[in-house]
Design a protein around this ligand. Structure first.
Ligand code: NDP
Ligand code: ZN
Length: 379
């Protein structure tokens, strides 16, 4: 008992040193994976109390990104469990700290992949905090600004975040479809803008899932001529419905023929092993290819240095989500132009989330699962 009270006292000192009080910590309900098999179960935990510069969001919708699967399955590193995933978060502001100016109670707010960064490096100073080497991830991380608290994501009923890293969602947004814009949206919007794609450009989208769908929407909105590459016949009609001029089933070698030297820009969202050089060869002279898909370590493609020597000044670049200001820009742009993902809404239920993971892995989702977290708030 004595040991317990000393520990509790220490915790109180630590909390009060940061202006937070342990008793104000926020009980949270969510769903966690307890190991790499990705079976979800209900999981209760506490979030830190709302600080002076922070807001509390009642989560209403949370998207399921393929990165959530990679993280839960430990595809990129050894993970610490339990993990409550979710970095495509949309909800309502229910509390604001006393210094908060960007939000008021009742506003809609979003959270993407990062919730803080170092504030000191060149990236942070130049509004590119998403490339800071000390970003704090929305989940499966430890938050050095809050006593190293374990971060847990959006498959839960609330989130607490600094206003600087939260996104203001316009009041007229379609809230059930807005959440995936916080990752799938910005991750494709950003490199398309960076590459300077313009009307009439011939462009390719490799991998037509959650990210690929958004890429096609943005590219068509710009007036580009779009070719979609995917593994299955199931999505040929969907690509046509979005206005894509061509659909290539990459499992059919004949459809892959005759495409070399034809594209101004290609974005690859492919999450598995493939040959990036095959796509680079499809670029025109000086064309650009952006890689955003991140296969697991075991499935990671390798590129031969030799193959770069006849690359005709084509450029290959990578891109990670987007900055907080650019995410705000992408959300405003998408809502204004009615550019949303196609979503399948599922209830906040452990079995349904587990099932959704299997379907994403098997390519059986059109095009993004979104968990209706409000069903958890009501339970
Ligand atoms: P999805 O699973 O929704 O979509 C992936 C799509 O790629 C599916 O349609 C899949 O087909 C297709 N595909 C798989 N293999 C191939 C192949 N060899 N050739 C063509 N198409 C293929 O995933 P997301 O869109 O959510 O995510 C995609 C990737 O992007 C993930 O690796 C994710 O981690 C990464 N990502 C990166 C970010 C960044 O900042 N750079 C941010 C967010 C995500 P099928 O469905 O038939 O299997
Ligand atoms: Zn994501």
């Amino acid at each position: 008992m004595k040991g317990f009270s000393i520990l509790a006292g220490l915790a109180m000192v630590l909390f009060s040193a940061t202006g937070l009080r342990a008793q104000d910590s926020i009980p949270t309900k969510g769903f966690a994976a307890f190991d790499e098999t990705g079976v979800f179960k209900p999981y209760d935990f506490n979030r830190h109390a709302v600080g002076d510069d922070e807001i509390q969001i009642e989560i209403l919708y949370s998207g399921i990104c393929h990165s959530d699967l990679h993280n839960v399955h430990g595809d990129w590193r050894k993970e610490e469990y339990p993990i409550v995933p979710g970095h495509e978060i949309a909800g309502k502001v229910v509390k604001v700290g006393k210094n908060v100016t960007k939000f008021k109670v009742g506003d809609y707010a979003g959270v993407g992949c990062i919730i803080n960064s170092c504030h000191e490096c060149d990236f942070c100073k130049n509004g590119q905090e998403h490339y800071c080497s000390n970003t704090v991830s929305t989940y499966h991380d430890h938050d050095p600004y809050h006593n190293n608290e374990r971060t847990q994501g959006g498959y839960s009923n609330n989130y607490v975040i600094s206003e600087d890293y939260a996104i203001l969602i316009p009041q007229n947004a379609d809230l059930s479809r807005v959440a995936p814009l916080l990752c799938a949206g910005i991750t494709t919007y950003s490199p398309i803008k960076f590459a300077g794609v313009k009307a009439g450009d011939k462009v390719g989208v490799a991998g037509f899932g959650g990210l690929g769908y958004m890429a096609v929407r943005y590219l068509k909105h710009l007036g580009a001529n779009v070719t979609v590459f995917d593994l299955t016949e199931d999505k040929r009609g969907d690509a046509a419905n979005l206005g894509a001029e061509r659909y290539v089933n990459v499992t059919n070698p004949d459809e892959m023929k005759g495409l070399d030297n034809t594209f101004d820009f290609i974005i690859s969202t492919i999450p598995t092993n493939y040959d990036p050089i095959q796509y680079m060869k499809m670029l025109k002279w000086n064309g650009q290819m952006c890689i955003v898909g991140i296969p697991s370590n075991e499935d990671m493609p390798t590129i031969s240095m030799r193959s770069f020597i006849g690359m005709a000044d084509r450029r290959l670049f990578g891109s990670r989500i987007g900055s907080i200001p650019e995410t705000q820009e992408a959300i405003n742009y998408s809502v204004e132009n009615n550019i949303y993902p196609e979503v399948e809404i599922i209830p906040a239920d452990a079995e349904k989330i587990t099932e959704a993971y299997d379907k994403v892995r098997d390519g059986k989702v059109k095009f993004r699962y979104v968990i209706d977290m409000s069903t958890l708030n009501k339970s």
